[in-house]
Ligand binder design. Structure first.
Ligand SMILES: [Zn+2]
Length: 289
């Protein structure tokens, strides 16, 4: 059964927190935006830049804030286009983002130049001007990905960091980043605050977060084990390891995601000196020590 969110206007999902789901041009075709009601209304993410998406966000906002009502500010979970593409059209007064997400946003060529960010730094803190809410850094998927957390209700808005029934793509663009290790560390960071419910940006909420996080951690640890065994048995590239570790993979999209996760797992093992890594003619080769 699909866990992907269905489109719809704002509805309350937690105390002082509403969620709307708007269309996205990219899979899985729907993305959530949230409205935090604390010291004014704060929009979390904008959806994509398409007319269809902007229109859906606008009418969702109108129904809560009145015609052309403007939230006090915008908080971006991360800079990916399905979450931040609408910044230019919505023209918020204040945009709160992690320093690394703001840098990624600016580095993108499509980005409007005159957006000024209110940047937060580090790995966790209270959310400026939004009483009752804090943020934690989510790592491995996107630079400076914020997870928003309301301690009193145990609610965490996890963005793309954790998705129910879908794999979160790990970053592989930067070979010096241990995205697999950082993703594991984020699982531990979030589990430590003992959340009671996690709202994802694309999928139904995760209602037993501690169980889910523990399960995700075990899955990734098993994958590391399989990966190490495959390298010991002679597989040398991410593709060879994927072929050795999984007999059949349904569909090209799933295969690509898996290959990315596999490459991130191989690099993680190399960062830990469990295997050796070298680059030959642009190809990453992994070997047993
Ligand atoms: Zn996304």
């Amino acid at each position: 059964m699909s866990t992907v969110l269905h489109l719809g206007g704002f509805e309350r999902v937690a105390p002082g927190c509403q969620r709307a789901v708007v269309p996205s041009p990219w899979p899985p075709r729907a993305v959530a935006v949230f409205l935090l009601e604390s010291d004014g209304e704060w929009l979390v993410d904008t959806g994509a830049s398409t007319l269809e998406s902007i229109g859906a966000v606008r009418s969702a906002l109108d129904s809560v804030l009145g015609p052309r009502g403007v939230p006090r500010g915008l908080i971006l979970t991360h800079s990916h286009l399905d979450h931040a593409g609408g910044v230019e059209a919505l023209r918020p007064v204040t945009v709160v983002a992690h320093r690394d997400a703001a840098a990624a946003f600016r580095a993108d060529e499509w980005t409007p130049e005159d957006i000024s960010f209110r940047e937060v730094e580090g790995s966790a803190d209270s959310l400026p001007d939004v009483g009752g809410w804090e943020w934690m850094l989510g790592e491995g998927h996107a630079p400076g990905h914020l997870l928003l957390w309301q301690p009193e209700s145990g609610t965490v808005l996890v963005g793309d960091q954790f998705l129910l029934g879908l794999k979160t793509p790990l970053r592989t663009a930067d070979e010096t980043e241990d995205s697999f290790g950082r993703y594991l560390a984020t699982i531990d960071r979030v589990a430590a605050v003992e959340p009671r419910i996690m709202f994802s940006s694309h999928t139904e909420p995760i209602v037993e977060p501690l169980k889910w996080l523990a399960h995700e951690r075990r899955r990734l640890e098993r994958q590391l084990g399989r990966t190490r065994n495959a390298v010991r048995a002679g597989a040398r590239t991410a593709e060879e390891v994927t072929a050795a570790a999984y007999r059949s993979i349904p569909g090209a999209g799933a295969r690509e995601l898996l290959a990315r996760e596999q490459l991130a797992a191989l690099r993680h093992l190399a960062f830990q000196d469990a295997i050796k890594r070298r680059v030959t003619d642009g190809l990453e080769i992994f070997e047993a020590p």
